[in-house]
Ligand binder design. Structure first.
Ligand SMILES: *[C@@H]1O[C@H](CO)[C@@H](O)[C@H](O)[C@H]1NC(C)=O
Ligand SMILES: *[C@@H]1O[C@H](CO)[C@@H](O)[C@H](O)[C@H]1NC(C)=O
Ligand SMILES: *[C@@H]1O[C@H](CO)[C@@H](O)[C@H](O)[C@H]1NC(C)=O
Length: 890
């Protein structure tokens, strides 16, 4: 194939040819023979040949046969000429015969046989991610061995996100069209293509490897904005509460995160710390729920070059039952009065537990066996309320233990002891140790002597229990009680204030009051019975006949009296009692010792034998009356007896009765007075007699026996036994003389003062002798007077044992004064009359306490009057036990 033959110049001698490079060997460049004008054969004759200069290579040859110039070797323009724009090879054609030399210039034309080429297979560029848009980065250009149009003509960059290409002549630049982000894409490969202008066009590519360099453009980022953790209080040190973590997208130092706690108080710093590298938050101090129940901590994460960010850590502390309840006393009524009614609030307590939830639920209790309870009040408050009546005298103070327990697990509890004392109220009166007191004192005691002592107790406190004794006002025999006894206010000892007289009263009662010093005071009283015992300090008192030398009285003894006839009676009394008043009568002197006897106990004077004519008409007896006291006291009297049937026969009466020394004038005065008095009394008696006679016939009363009016016995004595009060005394005593059919009226002032001093005789006033018939009417009931009685009788007493002695009398005379005494038949007792008017109650059979332990014996005294009157008295006899029964098996 011929491309193009260029005949540059056909100048003589020089030839020029132009042809493309890289033609195959043998390719014809031109025809030299023709160009030189030679014959074809001439060339071989002239031995034409191509020479080269020096070492130049021979690229072409001549075909001698036809004179064509042909390619002898590979002609590479780039190899021969490089980048020169024109490439010329010089060859010489030598001809001999004649020697001729022709220069051949070969113009080697370029063909596009080389592609553009970059120096490196890959271009590496490092660009900071912080590079701004528009930044330019120069890239080395590509080379093409070809020249001219066949060299690099243009570049193109494969489309990408960040860069565009800017080619300016030989300078190729990458222009940053969009900022880089290392964190998004840290390496970018760009494909750059270089193109030549040949035809066909050739190209070369290179990869531009862009490495994006980091910039600290990222702050660390926490994995959570808020971390929440819960931690039990009292957790041990080094407990990890929570681990925070933050990531930094940057690299290296820029991405190295360190942790720290942000601004918190010193207290929090003492409790929590954070590991700078790991982000672990640990406990380094005591965590107390009760102090702080939650923490909010700002945590900071920082990268190496100082970008930081923050997160919040909320640590909530959970409660642990680590606080026992606390019981505190808010108010207390102390001491409590013992009269506080049940249900009274005596105190308020408050219970606190610093824990929360169930750990602070508290149950409160009070110990058993105290009269108090807890009543829940408003939240956490309890009232201590009394549940029963208090009594200081039983329990005077209480220790109340209040226990509070919470409901945590395990529960905690605490207790508090409250001391309460009970204040006294004067609620106990003094109480005497005995129901009643008795004091026994002999009469004639010394004033001031101690009778007895009383004692009362009061269990109250101090003055409420201080006992003071005093007498209750009252009267004894019409005189204030304080004139008899006194009581020591402090000791309760009772003293006699005066000397007592048994004959005045045998006993009396006083009331002693024991009072405490409370306000108002309480008191109680007790009866003290004072029993006065008898001392034989009274001589027998002869009532009839009037004591020696003071009486006219003469007893008439009928001449016909037989032996044993009662002629008179000595009547005497003794103000004492018992043995001291037991009188015995003796005739100490008599005109005719054999004629009269006297009953030792009755005082009855009887004839011992029949009166004979030879007996002296005037008989004089001196009778001594003795009591049975120790020592015994006695009195004597004279008894004038006239053995005569007629009072008128006794002219010497006056001589007997009166001392010879008595003046005759006195006798006359007495006779005159008697006459006047007789006249006056007769007048009165006639009037009375007329009245009585209308009703009943008068009866003659003389029966030859002595009618002894009971009025001789001073009623005072009996009465003291009975009611204990002394009746106003009799103003007069009346008695009849024996056998004279006359009554002797005598005014006396006896017993008005209730005492009969031993040495005081009956008062002597004017006497007269009156003969008055008084007709008795049965207007007096019999009187039963118990002289002595033993209320107890042993069951083994023999029949006939005396149990009681009674004096039964009737104030009336005659049959109206004749008394019979009976008891019921169905009791083992009977009445025996020894002396007139004296009756003994004796046992009438064997007693058996096991059969009947007690008898009420009714004594009935009935007089013989018409209608008859009667009196009943009941005696209670207790049969006392004697060990008369052996044990018996049932
Ligand atoms: C109460 O406690 C006090 C002091 O602990 C003690 O002296 C007192 O005897 C106690 N009282 C009672 C009634 O237990
Ligand atoms: C005695 O009792 C009264 C009330 O009856 C009371 O007010 C007072 O305090 C008591 N005295 C003492 C010493 O306890
Ligand atoms: C003495 O005590 C009795 C009861 O024991 C009472 O009825 C009476 O009123 C008391 N007398 C005085 C004066 O206190």
């Amino acid at each position: 194939i011929f491309y193009f033959f260029l005949l540059l110049c056909c100048a003589y001698g020089d030839m020029s040819y132009s042809f493309p490079e890289e033609m195959k060997r043998g390719s014809v460049i031109g025809n030299i023979a023709k160009d030189l004008g030679l014959q074809t054969g001439a060339l071989s004759n002239r031995r034409a040949r191509i020479d080269t200069d020096g070492t130049d290579k021979r690229y072409c040859d001549i075909n001698l046969n036809n004179g064509e110039l042909v390619v002898a070797d590979r002609i590479d323009r780039e190899g021969l000429c490089g980048e020169k724009a024109s490439c010329i090879l010089k060859q010489e054609l030598v001809l001999e015969n004649p020697l001729e030399l022709h220069r051949i210039t070969l113009h080697i034309q370029d063909i596009n046989d080389n592609s553009p080429q970059f120096d490196e297979e890959a271009i590496k560029i490092e660009i900071h991610e912080s590079a701004v848009r528009g930044a330019r980065f120069v890239v080395e250009e590509a080379h093409d061995a070809d020249v001219g149009q066949n060299s690099v003509q243009q570049y193109s960059l494969k489309k990408n996100d960040n860069f565009i290409l800017a080619a300016n002549g030989n300078t190729i630049e990458l222009v940053l069209d969009k900022e880089l982000d290392r964190e998004k894409q840290k390496e970018i490969n760009l494909l750059l293509t270089a193109l030549d202008g040949g035809s066909p066009q050739r190209s070369g590519t290179v990869v531009i490897h862009v490495t994006v360099l980091d910039a600290n453009d990222n702050a660390p980022v926490f994995s959570q904005a808020v971390y929440k953790a819960s931690l039990p209080e009292n957790s041990p040190l080094d407990t990890v509460v929570v681990t925070v973590s933050a990531a930094d997208a940057d690299e290296g130092v820029n991405g190295e995160v360190t942790y720290d706690i942000g601004h918190v108080t010193e207290d929090v710093k003492k409790i929590f710390s954070i590991d700078r590298k790991l982000g672990e938050i640990k406990v380094i101090g005591a965590v107390d729920y009760e102090t702080t129940s939650s923490f909010e901590i700002r945590v900071k994460a920082k990268d190496g070059l100082g970008l930081s960010s923050y997160a919040k850590v909320i640590i909530s502390i959970t409660d642990v039952n680590d606080n026992a309840p606390v019981v505190s006393l808010k108010s207390l009524m102390n001491p409590i009065p013992e009269d506080t009614p049940p249900g009274t609030e005596v105190g308020i307590i408050n219970v606190q537990d610093r824990d929360s939830e169930t750990n602070r639920q508290v149950r409160c209790s009070i110990q058993q066996n105290v009269p108090f309870k807890l009543v829940p009040s408003i939240k956490n408050y309890y009232s201590v309320v009394s549940t029963g009546q208090l009594d200081r005298e039983l329990v005077s103070d209480y220790n109340i233990t209040i226990t509070a327990t919470d409901e945590g697990s395990p529960p905690l509890s605490s207790s508090k002891t409250v001391q309460l004392s009970v204040a006294d109220i004067n609620d106990n009166p003094p109480v005497f140790e005995e129901q009643s007191y008795s004091a026994y004192v002999s009469e004639n005691n010394k004033p001031g002597s101690t009778l007895c002592s009383v004692s009362a107790r009061d269990p109250d406190w101090r003055q409420n229990g201080t006992v003071v004794y005093s007498l209750l006002s009252g009267e004894v025999n019409g005189a204030p009680v304080s004139s008899y006894v006194s009581v020591n206010g402090d000791t309760g000892v009772i003293h006699a204030v005066r000397s007592f007289d048994y004959e005045q009263f045998r006993n009396f009662k006083v009331h002693v009051m024991a009072r405490d010093n409370g306000s108002p005071p309480l008191s109680s009283n007790v009866t003290v019975s004072v029993f006065i015992s008898d001392v034989n300090d009274n001589s027998p008192q002869i009532l009839y006949p009037a004591p020696e030398g003071n009486s006219f009285m003469t007893e008439l003894v009928p001449k016909a009296a037989h032996g044993g006839s009662l002629v008179s009676k000595v009547i005497a009394v003794d103000a004492d009692s018992g043995q001291n008043a037991w009188l015995s009568y003796h005739i100490v002197k008599s005109t005719d010792p054999g004629l009269f006897t006297i009953g030792v106990h009755s005082g009855e004077i009887r004839t011992q034998r029949d009166i004979s004519e030879s007996d002296s008409m005037k008989q004089n007896l001196i009778v001594s009356v003795k009591d049975n006291g120790q020592p015994s006291l006695s009195a004597t009297c004279s008894m004038y007896l006239l053995i005569s049937d007629n009072l008128a026969e006794v002219p010497e009466l006056k001589d007997i009765s009166y001392d010879e020394k008595s003046s005759k004038l006195t006798s006359y005065l007495i006779i005159a007075l008697v006459c006047v008095s007789t006249f006056f009394l007769t007048f009165i008696i006639i009037i009375m007699g007329v009245r009585f006679c209308r009703r009943r016939k008068p009866r003659l009363l003389f029966d030859g026996a002595v009618a002894i009016p009971s009025a001789y016995l001073p009623p005072n004595y009996a009465d003291v036994d009975g009611t204990g009060t002394l009746r106003s005394a009799y103003n007069y005593d009346a008695y009849l003389t024996t056998g004279s059919r006359t009554s002797d009226f005598k005014f006396v002032s006896s017993y008005n003062d209730n005492t009969l001093p031993a040495d005081q005789t009956l008062r002597k006033t004017s006497h007269c002798k009156l003969i008055i018939d008084i007709i008795d009417v049965n207007d007096n009931k019999p009187v039963i007077e118990i002289k002595s009685a033993s209320a107890k009788v042993a069951e083994d007493s023999r029949p006939g044992t005396m149990v009681a002695l009674m004096n039964v009398y009737d104030m009336d005379t005659g049959s109206s004064g004749h008394v019979t005494c009976t008891i019921a038949d169905d009791v083992p007792f009977k009445i025996v009359s020894e002396v007139k008017n004296y009756y003994m109650l004796v046992t009438d059979g064997l007693l058996d306490r096991e059969f009947q332990p007690e008898y009420n014996i009714t004594v009935t005294a009935t007089d013989a009057g018409s209608p008859s009157l009667s009196t009943v008295k009941v005696l209670t006899i207790v049969v006392t036990d004697v060990n008369d029964n052996p044990p018996t098996f049932t």
